[in-house]
Design a protein around this ligand. Structure first.
Ligand code: NI
Length: 171
């Protein structure tokens, strides 16, 4: 397994729209386990393939307290959603920033697991928010897109400055 580099806002590669997974093989399983390891290493509750510059519709999550219930959603589709709730979100691609974002309270998702088996999942609370956040990544969307242009620009300026100080390569 390997720890992968997470792209950070405003890297343009985060704007790439991910493609459907059509083949479920060993490569898929390796991708999923590398993503889970990277998520744990970064202390995140979710990670989308887009964030590690792999543009396939794959997300991994673990919202458990013990961090021992990882799972993945491949080609996820929201088939039902209702309610609205606002909560504070952060993102491994926007480190150090947390903002209140409105999302659907409850969602029903259809997805494939790493073996290519289809399943449905009802999600509420943190899990629901997390899935919606990660699914946005697959569309090239970030939580900062829900903020005012002024707030977004402020975050961008601060991160660009940090990236320069760290000598980080961004595109
Ligand atoms: Ni994120």
């Amino acid at each position: 397994m390997s720890i992968l580099t997470i792209l950070e806002f405003p890297d343009k590669r985060l704007r790439t729209k991910a493609k459907e997974v059509t083949v479920f093989d060993d490569k898929t399983k390796i991708l999923v386990s590398d993503m889970i390891e990277t998520m744990y290493e970064s202390k995140g509750v979710g990670l989308a393939a887009t964030q590690i510059d792999v543009h396939q519709r794959v997300i991994v999550l673990d919202v458990s307290e013990e961090k021992n219930e990882p799972f993945c959603l491949i080609n996820p589709v929201i088939i039902q959603k209702d309610g609205e709730e606002e909560s504070e979100e952060g993102c491994l691609s926007v480190p150090g920033f947390f903002e209140n974002i409105k999302r659907a309270e409850h969602i029903k998702v259809k997805a494939f697991d790493k073996d290519g088996k289809v399943f449905e999942l009802d999600a509420k609370g943190l899990l629901s928010i997390c899935i919606q956040h990660e699914m946005d990544h697959l569309l090239g969307k970030l939580f900062v897109d829900y903020l005012s242009p002024l707030k977004r620009q402020r975050i961008k300026t601060k991160l660009v400055k940090i990236h320069k100080q760290e000598g980080k390569q961004t595109k």
